[in-house]
Design a protein around this ligand. Structure first.
Ligand SMILES: NC(=O)c1ccc[n+]([C@@H]2O[C@H](COP(=O)([O-])OP(=O)(O)OC[C@H]3O[C@@H](n4cnc5c(N)ncnc54)[C@H](O)[C@@H]3O)[C@@H](O)[C@H]2O)c1
Ligand SMILES: CC(C)[C@@H](O)CC[C@@H](C)[C@H]1CC[C@H]2[C@@H]3[C@H](O)C=C4C[C@@H](O)CC[C@]4(C)[C@H]3CC[C@]12C
Length: 369
C-alpha cells in the first residue's frame, strides 16, 4: 500500500496559473507534488502551452475565468483542497486604472476567500509582495530586513495599496470556518522582484538595449541594493507552503514569509546585467549618466504624456515617478523564517537561476544571439 502522502488524491486550484509566476507553479506542481490528482488552472487568459500538460497522469483542467466574478471563482473552487492565488494585475506602469487594479487584486482576493468558505476549501496560499512593506512614499531604505523588521509602510500607488489590502484580507481570514465546519488556513508569501524565464520587464530591458545598439544607460547608483528572487524558487516556496500548511496550521496559519534565495544583492540595473551582459548588452556608465533631478523631471514628463495621450494611445514607459522612486530606494531582505517554519531551502542555486535566465534571454525572439 503506497504511503498516503504519495497517493494522488488532492485537487489544487492555481489562479493566475498562466502568468509569469503561475506557469512556473503549475509546471513545478506537476513535477514535485505526488499527491496531485487534479490541477485546475484558472486564468482570465488561458495559454496554449496548457494543452501539452494534459497528456500526463494528473488531470489538468484549464478554466477561463475572472476572479472579479465571485460565481466563476466558486465554480472553479468547488471540490478543491488547496488554492494558490497568484492572479492579479501587476501594474506600476499605468496600464490599468486604480479602480481596476483594486477590483482585481482586492475584490478578486475577497472572492477567493469567500469561495473557500462557501465550498469548504481549507488551504489558501496567497502571492503577496514585498511592496506590502515598501519602499514607502518617504523613500526609506529597507536594508536586509526580515518579516519582523520595523518599517513605516506608507503607500499611495494603487498597486502596493491593493497588495496590502489583499494580504490583510487573507491573513484576517485565517481560522474562519469553511463549509463543513473546519477552519480555513491561510498564508501570504512576499516575493521581492522576481526574475527568470518569462519575466516581461527583463524582456523590455533587453529589447530597449537592442534598440540602442546593445547599450543600456545607468540611471540608478550602483549602491542602491534591490532584492531579487528567482521565479523557480518562488514557485518552490509556494509548493512547500501548500504541502505543509495543513500539518503546521498552528505555526504557519496567518503568517507572512518573504521569498528569498541566494541571488546577490545588487542595484536593479546591475542585477539585470547579470543576464543581459552575457547576451551582448552593455550598461554604460559607472555612475548615473543624468542627475537625479533630471530623471525626476523626465519621469514627471512621462506621467504627463501618459495622461495627455490616454484618450488616443496607452503610453506606458518604464520610467515614471513611481518606478524611479522604487528603483532608487534600497529594499533587500535577509531572513530564514521560511526555513525555520517549513524547511524551505532554495531549489535552484544562484548559478542555476542565472544560467536558466540567460538561456531564456538568448532564446528570446529578436535575440542578438
Ligand atoms: N513579478 C514580480 O516581480 C512579483 C513580485 C512580487 C509579487 N508578485 C505577485 O505575483 C503574482 C503573479 O505576478 P506575475 O508577475 O506572475 O504577473 P503576471 O501578470 O504574469 O500574472 C498574473 C496572471 O493573473 C491573470 N489575471 C489577471 N487578472 C485576472 C482576473 N481578473 N481573473 C483571473 N486571472 C487574472 C493574468 O492573466 C496573468 O496570467 C501577482 O499577484 C503579483 O502581485 C509579482
Ligand atoms: C527607468 C529606470 C529608472 C529603471 O531602473 C526602472 C526600473 C523599474 C522599472 C523597476 C525597478 C524596481 C522594479 C519593481 C520591484 O522589482 C518590485 C516589484 C514588486 C512586484 O510585486 C511587482 C513588480 C515590481 C513593482 C517591480 C516593477 C519594475 C521596477 C519598478
Amino acid at each position: 500500500m503506497a504511503d498516503s502522502a504519495q497517493v494522488p488524491a488532492l485537487v489544487y486550484l492555481v489562479t493566475g496559473g498562466c502568468g509569469f509566476l503561475g506557469e512556473h507553479i503549475v509546471r513545478m506542481l506537476l513535477e514535485w507534488e505526488p499527491r496531485l490528482r487534479e490541477l485546475r488552472v484558472f486564468d482570465l487568459h488561458l495559454s496554449s502551452w496548457l494543452e501539452e500538460l494534459k497528456t500526463g497522469p494528473v488531470q489538468v483542467t484549464a478554466i477561463q475565468g475572472d476572479v472579479t466574478q465571485a460565481h466563476e471563482v466558486a465554480a472553479a473552487m468547488a471540490g478543491s483542497h488547496v488554492v494558490i492565488h497568484t492572479a492579479g494585475l501587476v501594474d506600476v506602469f499605468g496600464k490599468a486604472s486604480p479602480e481596476t487594479i483594486h477590483k482585481v487584486n482586492v475584490q478578486g482576493t475577497q472572492n477567493v476567500i469567500d469561495a473557500c468558505v462557501q465550498t469548504g476549501t481549507r488551504l489558501l496560499v496567497y502571492t503577496s509582495s514585498m511592496e506590502v512593506v515598501g519602499p514607502n512614499v518617504k523613500g526609506h531604505p529597507f536594508y536586509r530586513g526580515n518579516e519582523d523588521t520595523p518599517y513605516e509602510a506608507i503607500h499611495r500607488h494603487p498597486y502596493p495599496c491593493s497588495k496590502a489590502l489583499a494580504e490583510q484580507l487573507v491573513l484576517e481570514a485565517n481560522g474562519r470556518k469553511v463549509n463543513g465546519g473546519l477552519p480555513l488556513v491561510t498564508c501570504a508569501l512576499r516575493p521581492t522582484g522576481i526574475y527568470g524565464e518569462g519575466h516581461q520587464v527583463m524582456r523590455d530591458f533587453y529589447h530597449q538595449g537592442l534598440r540602442f545598439g546593445g547599450r543600456l544607460f545607468r540611471a540608478i547608483p550602483a549602491s542602491v541594493e534591490h532584492g531579487r528572487v528567482y521565479v523557480g524558487n518562488v514557485a518552490w516556496m509556494h509548493i512547500l507552503v501548500a504541502r505543509e500548511l495543513e500539518q503546521r496550521a498552528a505555526l504557519m496559519g496567518g503568517q507572512v514569509y518573504f521569498c528569498y534565495d541566494k541571488s546577490p544583492y545588487k542595484s536593479y540595473e546591475d542585477f539585470n546585467m547579470e543576464f543581459l551582459s552575457p547576451c551582448g548588452l552593455r550598461l554604460i556608465g559607472t555612475h548615473p549618466l543624468l542627475p537625479y533631478w533630471l530623471l525626476v523631471l523626465l519621469a514627471a514628463l512621462n506621467a504627463l504624456l501618459q495622461w495627455l495621450l490616454r484618450p488616443l494611445v496607452l503610453y506606458t514607459p518604464l520610467l515614471n515617478p513611481y518606478t524611479l522612486a522604487v528603483a532608487n530606494t534600497t529594499f533587500t531582505v535577509s531572513t530564514n523564517k521560511a526555513q525555520r517554519h517549513f524547511g524551505y531551502k532554495p531549489l535552484f542555486s544562484w548559478e542555476e537561476s542565472r544560467a536558466r535566465t540567460i538561456h531564456w534571454v538568448q532564446a528570446m525572439e529578436g535575440s542578438a544571439w
